[in-house]
Design a protein around this ligand. Structure first.
Ligand SMILES: [Zn+2]
Length: 297
């Protein structure tokens, strides 16, 4: 009972902090004109509560077990012993960089393989991006994402409290890059992925093929998937075949469907033909631009 109360209390404090930080930020520097109670607000409240009340705890538990197993299997390895002598200020950035590399390829695979896409697609169904939309994620997609993000830190042997700090930092950053905020970061944008960069990843084309990195875009630059046109944000977001669905339906749908959709099936790359209709000329050309990059990669 005490645990339940603690989870409820943490959730309430977390949501309050998000409101205090992001509502003024989105009002002061909006990327798009958007109401607070925007489309599918209730659905995303479901994702928010599901994440904080249930799935975050389960993911943390799973990662803790992975860390325990990793330590038992690798703890005595000479290379691990050597790494343990390095200071935390060396291990931490290395873990972050390798975590970003791991998630880059997992995220890219999610856009490439049908089996992974059907779970990851849930995250892309949002038609309005803001601090709340960041929580729209299928729990299995979220579990795999956290696994790949934190695997390098676990294998390197970073203490679990340090990994916990990294998870929180990454979580805050993930919310930031989805927020409806336009903040000019200048040259820092190569080091830190800004919201305007990640918003292009949510452009309404068949499957976007750019901006896969979580924290920093240099892996996208290196692997040729960096995409940031200088134009303002007027292009539509979401998926071409998307439609409003309840929270529960979003959770269940990826678990059902034709048996033919199995691991290894490649996604169709007909993005050019699947560009969603846009309400404005500028939006149309921007989406076409996004689609072009899909076809190019
Ligand atoms: Zn994606």
């Amino acid at each position: 009972m005490a645990d339940v109360l603690r989870i409820l209390e943490d959730t309430a404090i977390g949501i309050l902090l998000l409101l205090v930080v992001y509502v003024p930020l989105e009002r002061a520097f909006p990327a798009r004109k958007q109401r607070f109670f925007r489309r599918e607000f209730v659905t995303d409240i479901g994702f928010l509560l599901g994440s904080y009340l249930l799935f975050t705890g389960l993911v943390t538990l799973a990662l803790r077990h992975v860390a325990i197993i990793s330590h038992a299997q690798l703890g005595d390895a000479p290379w691990r012993q050597a790494l343990a002598t390095l200071p935390i200020w060396v291990l931490l950035p290395v873990s972050l960089m390798l975590g970003d590399l791991a998630i880059y390829w997992f995220h890219r695979a999610c856009h490439h393989y049908e089996f992974l896409w059907r779970f990851h697609r849930v995250h892309h169904t949002t038609v309005d991006l803001d601090w709340l939309a960041a929580h729209r994620e299928h729990p299995l997609d979220g579990l795999c994402t956290q696994f790949f993000l934190n695997l390098p830190a676990i294998v390197i042997g970073l203490p679990f409290h340090a990994i916990g700090g990294v998870i929180v930092f990454r979580g805050i950053w993930a919310i930031f890059i989805h927020s409806n905020v336009a903040l000019p970061l200048g040259p820092l944008r190569v080091l830190f992925g800004a919201p305007d960069l990640h918003h292009w990843h949510h452009a309404n084309v068949e499957k976007t093929a750019h901006n896969f990195a979580n924290l920093a875009p240099y892996w996208d630059v290196l692997f040729g998937t960096y995409h940031r046109p200088p134009s303002p944000e007027t292009y539509p977001l979401g998926v071409p075949d998307g439609q409003p669905e309840s929270y529960v339906k979003h959770l269940v749908r990826p678990l059902t469907g034709p048996a033919a959709r199995v691991w290894g099936m490649r996604l169709q790359r007909g993005a050019r033909n699947s560009v969603a209709a846009s309400s404005s000329g500028a939006g149309r050309s921007q989406v076409a631009e996004a689609a072009r990059t899909v076809a190019d990669h």
